[in-house]
Design a protein around this ligand. Structure first.
Ligand SMILES: Cc1cc2nc3c(=O)[nH]c(=O)nc-3n(C[C@H](O)[C@H](O)[C@H](O)COP(=O)(O)O)c2cc1C
Length: 217
């Protein structure tokens, strides 16, 4: 598959088959992803790969934490967002709603509990960053995430980045024995898509290019 096709086709998947992924395949995938660039080639990313019973244990703990703390998926903005940005989020949800109706699920519950359960994916990859780095190194983590998502698509695997779980970082560190000085930046649900789930038909829209541009000539 060529890169342009992978970029156009990739999308977040929110219902996975339970079929496991061989460890060699996960390693091959990560080997490809670590070709991502990073400042001064520091390659600051660290991966924690969770499968099997440990992954179930992690989900159980996250769902429990979600039910107790009720921190939901959201932009995490620290002041009101620009209107255009708010509209993009609303439009995405609006387009997802008929699928939630078809599935007879509560959208908030589906997204929040689903995220805490990695939508049933058999593999969870947590991307971590040592706390010795400044915030600017999060750019490197964003890049490796992008490479990972595209490489997974190339391998016929489906993904969903899961940012919500970072709200429950203490619980994650506790259940997986992740040292205090490691920041859990993002999780990735990895597996094979469930072709029968309506939500997997969803392809999120994008705003027009001109709305992102300001030419200075
Ligand atoms: C940093 C980041 C965090 C995300 N966190 C979540 C999440 O917690 N739960 C979820 O269902 N989707 C999550 N997503 C997926 C986005 O909702 C998705 O990428 C967006 O709607 C665009 O859709 P697409 O990936 O299908 O192109 C996250 C994506 C990114 C990049």
């Amino acid at each position: 598959m060529d890169l342009l096709k992978a970029i156009q086709e990739r999308k977040s998947i929110r219902a996975f088959k339970p079929d496991p992924i061989p460890r060699e395949k996960i390693e091959e995938l990560l080997k490809l992803a670590i070709n991502a660039p990073s400042a001064i080639n520091l390659q600051p990313w660290e991966f924690v790969i969770v499968t099997g019973e440990e992954r179930e244990r992690l989900s159980r703990r996250l769902i429990k934490a979600y039910k107790e703390k009720q921190i939901s998926c959201g932009p995490g903005n620290v002041k009101p967002m620009p209107k255009a940005v708010t509209k993009r989020g609303a439009k995405t949800l609006e387009q997802m709603n008929p699928l939630f109706e078809e599935m007879r699920v509560n959208p908030d519950q589906f997204i929040n509990e689903g995220s805490c359960n990695f939508y049933g994916a058999p593999v969870v990859i947590l991307i971590c960053l040592d706390d010795s780095f400044p915030k600017s190194r999060l750019v490197d983590i964003g890049l490796i995430l992008g490479y990972l998502l595209l490489a997974a698509h190339e391998y016929g695997l489906a993904t969903c980045p899961i940012g919500l779980i970072t709200a429950y970082e203490d619980e994650i560190k506790d259940v997986l024995n992740i040292p205090e000085n490691k920041m859990v930046v993002i999780g990735v649900a990895l597996g094979y898509p469930d072709p029968n789930s309506p939500i997997n038909q969803f392809k999120s829209p994008r705003d027009h290019l001109e709305n992102f541009l300001r030419w200075i000539e």
